[in-house]
Design a protein around this ligand. Sequence first.
Ligand code: ADP
Length: 271
Amino acid sequence: MNNVVKLENVCFGYEDGNEVLKNFNLTINEGEFVTILGHNGSGKSTLSKLLVGLHEIQGGKIIIDGQPLTESSVFDIRQKVGIVFQNPDNQFVGCTVRDDIAFGLENKCVPYEEMDNLVNKYAQEVGMGDFLNFEPHYLSGGEKQRVAIAGVLALGAKIIILDEATAMLDPQGREDMMKLIHELVKNRDKTIIMITHYLDEAIHSDRIIVMNEGKIILEGKPKDVFKEKELLESVKLDVPFAVKVSYELTKRGVLSEIVTSDEELMNELCK
Ligand code: ADP
């Protein structure tokens, strides 16, 4: 498998002396859907910003799609790595949804016709094809995040980072966003790095990485990570209801292994 993201002994601290990452190592494969979980302050956002060169590392190496991230490669790398942040309102630059999705393409001087095709294609893909002439500020939080994703897709990013992208959405918005993310994952041509503190969003990832105080304390497939309920709770992560119940039932010998979704739990209990 190809590594598209590689961090080798990365060290980073803020100017106030707060060292956030120390000798941090991480490899992500092409097409992988990785969720990075951690309580507030564990270093998730710092990590996502380092991956797009928003902060400069103080030691180690970051390699994106085979290219070391340096001051001179940062522009190229930002074409490969798209990031969607928590607050959708901070990401809008255009007067309409169309302008907004087109913004990055305009900066790249993509010819008008090609740009128009890309904007239409990706607006459709995220379910916003009927909103192209709308003003972004009148959209719901979930719709705004879809527009932000369309902008990243239109630029041809191979790696998409969703940095707490569902945190400000209502339950319906979160559910719609997760459906869209699963659609992107199904196509398998994108590497998705989802940063969240909601464990239920991580259930369908290929791999979960749990961070605490700037370190990876646990990683693996969702089921294996959720088995570590006590460790997760010790770092203030609240495991999904189905995990909590099935964890207790496995201890009592009622179930042979933990399940991660309510649906699986119902199926097991009704057997
Ligand atoms: P998370 O995304 O997991 O909530 P962050 O990466 O935002 O964590 O924060 C990791 C640590 O870095 C925290 O101790 C936080 O206070 C600190 N931090 C984050 N941003 C800054 C900043 N701009 N200046 C100084 N310290 C910061």
